[in-house]
Design a protein around this ligand. Structure first.
Ligand code: FAD
Ligand code: FES
Ligand code: FES
Length: 502
C-alpha cells in the first residue's frame, strides 16, 4: 500500500502525502511549488485562468497524452502517475514558447490574469493539431475568459504561432523514465491520510486575495485511490458513505464553495475497468468513468444528436475529466446527459462488494438528489441502446449562452413511425421539476396518432400538465412551460424538414 501520490511537475518528481494530498492542484502549485503563474479567479471551473496540462499514460502505455484541465477543481489525490505542466514549464522570459511569442506579438494580454490559462490552453490544442485555425481557437477556448483584452488579439495570436518552432510535450519532456515509473506502481493501491486539526491560515482569512480554500476546515481525512475495481468495492464496503470522486468537476466545486473537504474519499481515477467506451450488440457500453471527451469521439458517428449536446457540455477542460457516471450520480435535474439516457431507457449497472444489480435510469431518481443507490454501491457501467435507423431522435439544450452554460431547459424526443402514424414515442424534459421527468401521458397521447402540426400542438397541452417548473435565475416558470410546448412543434418541423421559425 502506497501512502503518497507520485506527480511530476514540469519534469520534476514529487511525492505528495499528508495534507498536501488533499489540496487542489492550483493551491498545490502556488503554495508548495511557488508556481504562481497558474492563476485562481473563480475556483469553479468557469474561467480557465488556472488551466494546466495533465499528461497521463496513453492506453498503449507508450506515451503521455496531455490534456488541458482546470487545476482549481482537480485534487492532488486524483493525480497519481501524471505529469503536470504549468505555464512556467512551457517557457519563460528568457526563452518564450512559440505560443507565448505570438501572444506578445499580437498584444494578446493586458492585466495578464487570464493569459497563462490561454497560453496553456493554446499549447494543449497544439498537442492534437498542427496549427491553430480560427475554428479550433473559437471551439477550443470556450472555457477561457478574458475581461480586458477582448478576444480578437488572442485569436490573432493563434494564427501567428510559429508552428515550426512550437515544441510538443513529448519532445520538450521525454517521457520514458516517467512512463516506466508509472507502470511499476500501476497495480499498487494508495491510501492517503491527513491527520486532523483545523488548518486555518489566519493571516489570509480576511484577505480578499486569499483562495477560498485558505479557510478550509480540516478533519481527519482518508482517501483511497485503489488500483482496481475490486479494491474500490472493498473500500466502499468498509466505508459505505465515502464520497466517490471521478472527475471532480462537481465535487471540486462543492469543496471550494463549502470550504470542506470530505472526510472519507474513494477516488476512482486509477480504476481502469471503469474507463471503457465500446459499442456492443447495438448498445453503447460505457464505464462510469468514461469522460465526455472519450464519449464525444465515439458519438460523433454513432449518435450525432448526442454528440451535438456533448459539444456544448461545459468547456474542453470540463469534458477532459468530467464523466458520465458523475453526471448521473450528481442527479441534477438540468444535467445534459439525462434526457437522452431517459428516452433510450439506459440501464445502470450498480456494483458493491456484495454483487451487482441493474436499474433502468427512468427508475433511478426518487426525488431531488435522491437516488436508488445503496450505501456501498457505485455506478460501474451504463448501457445505452443505440437509436434504430428509423428512429427520429432530437435532443435540445436551451441556455442563455451557447457555450459553457448550464441549461435553462432540456428535452429529448424519440419517435418511431409506422407510415405517418406514431407507433412509439419517448419524451423527457429537464429543468421542469426536481428530477428529469419522462412525459408518460404525452407519450400515450401521441401513440397511434398522425404526426402532424395539430397533433404536436395538442401534445404540448398534455405535456405542460405533466411538468412543475419553478422560476429561477435561468428562467421563469412561464418560459419553461412555453418551451415544453414549443419544443414538440420544433421536433415536428425539424424531423419533417420544414424550415424552423427562428
Ligand atoms: C465549468 C463547469 C461546466 C459544467 N458544464 C456542464 C454542462 O454543460 N452540463 C452538465 O450536465 N454538467 C455540467 N457540469 C457539471 C459536471 O461537469 C458534470 O456533472 C460531470 O459529468 C460530472 O462528472 P465528474 O466525473 O466530474 O463527477 P464528480 O464531481 O467526480 O462526481 C459527481 C457526483 O457523482 C458521484 N459519483 C461520481 N462517480 C460515481 C460513480 N461511479 N458511482 C457513484 N457515484 C459517483 C460523486 O460522489 C458526486 O456526488 C459542469 C461543471 C463545471 C465545473
Ligand atoms: S480559477 Fe476559474 S477555472 Fe479555475
Ligand atoms: S488580460 Fe486581463 S483578463 Fe485577460
Amino acid at each position: 500500500m502506497l501512502d503518497h501520490v507520485l506527480v511530476y511537475v514540469n519534469g520534476r518528481r514529487q511525492e505528495v502525502r499528508g495534507e498536501d494530498a488533499f489540496l487542489s492542484l492550483s493551491d498545490f502549485l502556488r503554495r508548495t511549488q511557488g508556481l504562481v503563474g497558474t492563476k485562481i479567479v473563480c475556483s469553479e471551473g468557469d474561467c480557465g485562468a488556472c488551466t494546466v496540462l495533465i499528461g497521463r499514460p496513453a492506453a498503449d502505455g507508450r506515451r503521455l497524452v496531455y490534456l488541458p484541465v482546470d487545476s482549481c477543481i482537480q485534487f492532488m489525490f486524483q493525480l497519481d502517475s501524471t505529469h503536470v505542466v504549468t505555464v512556467e514549464g512551457l517557457g519563460g522570459e528568457a526563452s518564450p514558447s512559440a505560443v507565448q511569442e505570438a501572444m506578445i506579438e499580437c498584444h494578446g494580454s493586458q492585466c495578464g490574469f487570464c493569459t497563462p490559462g490561454f497560453v496553456v490552453m493554446m499549447t494543449g490544442l497544439l498537442e492534437e493539431r498542427d496549427e491553430l485555425d480560427e475554428t479550433s481557437m473559437r471551439c477550443g477556448l470556450t472555457g477561457n475568459l478574458c475581461r480586458c483584452t477582448g478576444y480578437t488579439p488572442i485569436l490573432d495570436a493563434g494564427s501567428k504561432v510559429d508552428v515550426e518552432k512550437h515544441e510538443r510535450m513529448a519532445k520538450k519532456y521525454p517521457a520514458d523514465a516517467m512512463i516506466s515509473e508509472f507502470g511499476r506502481r500501476r497495480r499498487k493501491p494508495i491510501e492517503l491520510r491527513a491527520d486532523g486539526g483545523t488548518h486555518v491560515d489566519e493571516s489570509l482569512r480576511d484577505s480578499k486575495f486569499a483562495s477560498r480554500r485558505d479557510a478550509a476546515t480540516w478533519r481527519l481525512h482518508v482517501c483511497a485511490a485503489p488500483a482496481d475495481l475490486e479494491g474500490a468495492l472493498a473500500f466502499l464496503a468498509e466505508h459505505p458513505h465515502a464520497t466517490i470522486v471521478a472527475g471532480a468537476t462537481d465535487v471540486g466545486v462543492r469543496i471550494n464553495k463549502s470550504l470542506t473537504v470530505p472526510a472519507t474519499i474513494l477516488d476512482l481515477n486509477r480504476v481502469a475497468e471503469l474507463d471503457s467506451v465500446a459499442v456492443e450488440d447495438g448498445e453503447l457500453v460505457l464505464g462510469s468513468r468514461a469522460s465526455w471527451t472519450a464519449l464525444e469521439q465515439v458519438c460523433e458517428a454513432r449518435v450525432p444528436e448526442f454528440h451535438k449536446i456533448i459539444q456544448v457540455f461545459g468547456a474542453p477542460q470540463t469534458r477532459h475529466v468530467g464523466t458520465i457516471g458523475g453526471n448521473i450520480a450528481n442527479a441534477s435535474p438540468i444535467a445534459d446527459s439525462l434526457p437522452f439516457l431517459y428516452v433510450m431507457d439506459a440501464v445502470l449497472e450498480l456494483r458493491s462488494a456484495g454483487g451487482s444489480r441493474e436499474v433502468n435510469i427512468n427508475d433511478f431518481y426518487k426525488g431531488y438528489k435522491k437516488l436508488d443507490m445503496r450505501p456501498g454501491e457505485l455506478i460501474a457501467r451504463v448501457r445505452v441502446p443505440l437509436p434504430a435507423d428509423n428512429d427520429l431522435l432530437k435532443l435540445y439544450k436551451v441556455s442563455r449562452r451557447f457555450d459553457l452554460d448550464i441549461a435553462s431547459f432540456t428535452a429529448a424526443i424519440r419517435m418511431r413511425l409506422d407510415g405517418e402514424t406514431i407507433a412509439e414515442a419517448a419524451i423527457a424534459f429537464g429543468a421542469v421539476g426536481p428530477t428529469v421527468i419522462r412525459a408518460r401521458k404525452t407519450e400515450e397521447f401521441l401513440r397511434g396518432r398522425t404526426l402532424d402540426e395539430e397533433t404536436m400542438q395538442l401534445a404540448g397541452e398534455v405535456a405542460i400538465a405533466e411538468i412543475t417548473p419553478i422560476s429561477d435565475v435561468r428562467g421563469a416558470a412561464d418560459y419553461r412551460y412555453q418551451l415544453a410546448r414549443n419544443i414538440l412543434l420544433k421536433f415536428y418541423y425539424e424531423t419533417q424538414n420544414f424550415a424552423v421559425p427562428v
